[in-house]
Each structure stands twice: as structure tokens, then as C-alpha cells.
Design a protein around this ligand. Structure first.
Ligand code: ADP
Ligand code: NA
Length: 330
């Protein structure tokens, strides 16, 4: 393929993806199948940087894969696999660990945030070196682009540094990737508190739309989203964060421009916008849930898709690893 190669991963979280995960990440993955040579993985190795119940981890990994397929990933158009099925990630990860300075790794702000949450004594060394495993994830596939959120930019900078360091020391081996911060990526806010991001860890139950919940439940949450005391439907992130969030969701789900929506709702109340958006969401989520459920009900098909994905991924990863090991002197 002469398309640029892209690599991205998502954690197997308990339960459902939320609307922020879909509109901020998964939707881009689906689009990039058409423009890129795309490798997407469920990052179960990363998941165990915090404690996991084995049976739950296995179930959540399948659940994540089923939702990715439900959202429109097509195993004929992309390579979808589970990280632990490709042992080369851990194998190259070790080499990268040995090339990364301790001080350099210590400067990763995400570890500081995450370990502070865990408590310094409970945070694992795996959590500390997780960005280094991420470097191996990316370099194994010679990825040109890594679509990430702004919070991951520092990790991609480290990936570039390490790729250049390895290439400088041992000879040209790895493609130096560029971050691909999708500008128009929707940042979705909590429906009850539009000052914070919709998030599994930070949102209260009424503020988060879980994609696998009963559509009726989600429709109700949309209709009771917190807005403001005004009446005008206008995109204004500081003055009207709640309404702006609803407009972003509406626009991203339908493809209608925000100004088009402002015009459509001129002179109408917030209630009309919420009722319509609830309907738009239900229309989108209903087939998503049905497709996801089909894969969950047919674990043989799901497992065979993931096995084929791992085989395709390994073909690329093994070639890169063999070259890297040879250069290192193994
Ligand atoms: P959470 O914040 O709920 O724990 P993750 O950190 O696991 O979600 O994020 C998984 C993916 O979804 C990432 O690519 C992240 O950038 C994206 N994402 C998460 N929350 C949002 C949001 N509220 N708006 C847009 N994108 C989001
Ligand atoms: Na997060």
C-alpha cells in the first residue's frame, strides 16, 4: 500500500465506550480506514499497568473489539488486533526501555497525573514505562502518523526522539512518526457539568452517554442536559458551554455545520434542540448497538477476526523486530 501508515490503540475499559470516545477517537479511526494503511489495536498490555481482574480483562478486550467493529471498523479495510496477541510489542518494548533515559521518562506528565491518582506506593513500574511500550507499539509498524489527543503529544515527541536515537546509534531502522492531532476532533463535555470532559473516571452517571446503555436512558440524559438560563441557540464555548456541547455532538453525528444548526434553531427553544438531538443520537446508536451485539453473540467470528488481525499485524511487526534485534547485536 502506498498510503501513509497509521497506528492507534484504545484501552479495553469496563463496559461501554462513551460518546466522547466515539466522537473524539473511534469515528476518526473509521474514516482513516479509507485514506490510510491503518493498524488499530485494543491495548490490553497497557491495561494491566493498573490492577485488572483476568476474566474481566478478557471480556472487556472482546467488548472493545466488538464495539470498534460495531462502530464501522472493517477487517478488510484495516488491521484490527489485540496487543498481547503480538508478542513483538513487549520484545521491542524492552529494547526501548534500555534506550530511554530515566530522567527523560520521569518528565512524562501523564505518569505524574496517573500515579498521583493511584498513590505513589501503588503505582507500578509498568505505569511508569507505559509510554515506552507505546513507543514500541508505534515503531513496530513504521507508522507515519499517530492520531492522538493533545494529552498524548508529549509521548509522540518521545517516540520521535527514540526513533532518531536508535537510527543514529544503529543505522536507519525506524520511520520517525508525526503526531496527527485531528483538529476537528470533537471534544465532548459532560452533560451535567460542561466545564469538564465527558469521562469514565470524572463524569457522574447522568453526565455520561454510554453507547451500550438503553437508548431511552441516553435520550433522557440528553433531554436533561445542563444548559444556561438564556434562550438563544448559539455556539459560544465560554458563554454557553452546555448548548455548544450539544451543537458539537449534533453536528458531528449528522455532518451538519454548526452555523447551519444555529439557523435551523433560530427562534426555537432549548427543548426543541434537545428533543431533536436525542432522536439523532437514538437513530445513530440503535444500529451501532445491534452490530456490536451481533459480534458479542458470535464470539467465534469475533475471535477469528482478531486472530486474522494479529496475523497481519505480526507479519509487519516481526520484520521490524528482526531488523532491530539484528542491529542491536542479538
Ligand atoms: P476516559 O477519559 O473516559 O477514560 P480514555 O482516556 O480511555 O477515556 O480515552 C479513549 C479515547 O477517547 C482517547 O483517544 C481520548 O482522546 C478519547 N476521548 C475520551 N474522552 C473524550 C471526550 N470527552 N471528548 C473527546 N474525546 C475523548
Ligand atoms: Na482519559
Amino acid at each position: 500500500s502506498d498510503r501513509p501508515r497509521v497506528l492507534s490503540g484504545i484501552q479495553p475499559t469496563a463496559g461501554s465506550f462513551h460518546l466522547g470516545n466515539y466522537l473524539g477517537a473511534v469515528r476518526q479511526w473509521v474514516a482513516m480506514q479509507e485514506t490510510h494503511d491503518a493498524f488499530y489495536m485494543v491495548v490490553d498490555l497497557h491495561a494491566i499497568t493498573v490492577p485488572q481482574d483476568p476474566a474481566e480483562l478478557r471480556a472487556n478486550t472482546r467488548l472493545a473489539a466488538a464495539q470498534l467493529l460495531g462502530a464501522g471498523l472493517d477487517p478488510d479495510r484495516c488491521t484490527l488486533f489485540v496487543q498481547s496477541h503480538v508478542p513483538e510489542h513487549a520484545q521491542l518494548g524492552w529494547v526501548m526501555n534500555c534506550l530511554t533515559g530515566f530522567g527523560e521518562a520521569s518528565r512524562m506528565t501523564q505518569f505524574k497525573d496517573k500515579s498521583a491518582k493511584q498513590g505513589a506506593d501503588r503505582a507500578t513500574v509498568g505505569l511508569f514505562t507505559y509510554p515506552i511500550l507505546q513507543i514500541a507499539d508505534i515503531l513496530l509498524y513504521q507508522a507515519n502518523a499517530v492520531p492522538v489527543g493533545e494529552d498524548q503529544r508529549q509521548h509522540i515527541e518521545l517516540t520521535r526522539d527514540l526513533a532518531e536515537r536508535f537510527n543514529g546509534r544503529y543505522g536507519q531502522t525506524f520511520t520517525v512518526p508525526a503526531p496527527y492531532i485531528v483538529k476537528e476532533t470533537a471534544k465532548i463535555f459532560d452533560l451535567q457539568d460542561p466545564a469538564i470532559k465527558m469521562s469514565k473516571s470524572a463524569s457522574a452517571p447522568k453526565g455520561i452517554i454510554n453507547l451500550l446503555d438503553e437508548p431511552k436512558t441516553s435520550a433522557k440524559k440528553i433531554k436533561s442536559a445542563v444548559t444556561d438560563t438564556g434562550t438563544e441557540i448559539r455556539f459560544d464555548e465560554t458563554g454557553k458551554p452546555g448548548i455548544s456541547n450539544l451543537l458539537t455532538i449534533y453536528s458531528t453525528l449528522t455532518g451538519a455545520g454548526v452555523s447551519e444548526l444555529e439557523k435551523k434553531y433560530e427562534g426555537k427553544g432549548y427543548g426543541a434542540l434537545k428533543t431533536d438531538l436525542a432522536e439523532v443520537f437514538v437513530d445513530w446508536v440503535t444500529p451501532f448497538r445491534a452490530r456490536t451485539q451481533e459480534f458479542l453473540d458470535d464470539p467465534e467470528t469475533l475471535d477469528s477476526i482478531l486472530a486474522k488481525g494479529a496475523e497481519k499485524a505480526r507479519a509487519v511487526a516481526a520484520e521490524t523486530l528482526a531488523q532491530a534485534y539484528d542491529r542491536v547485536g542479538f
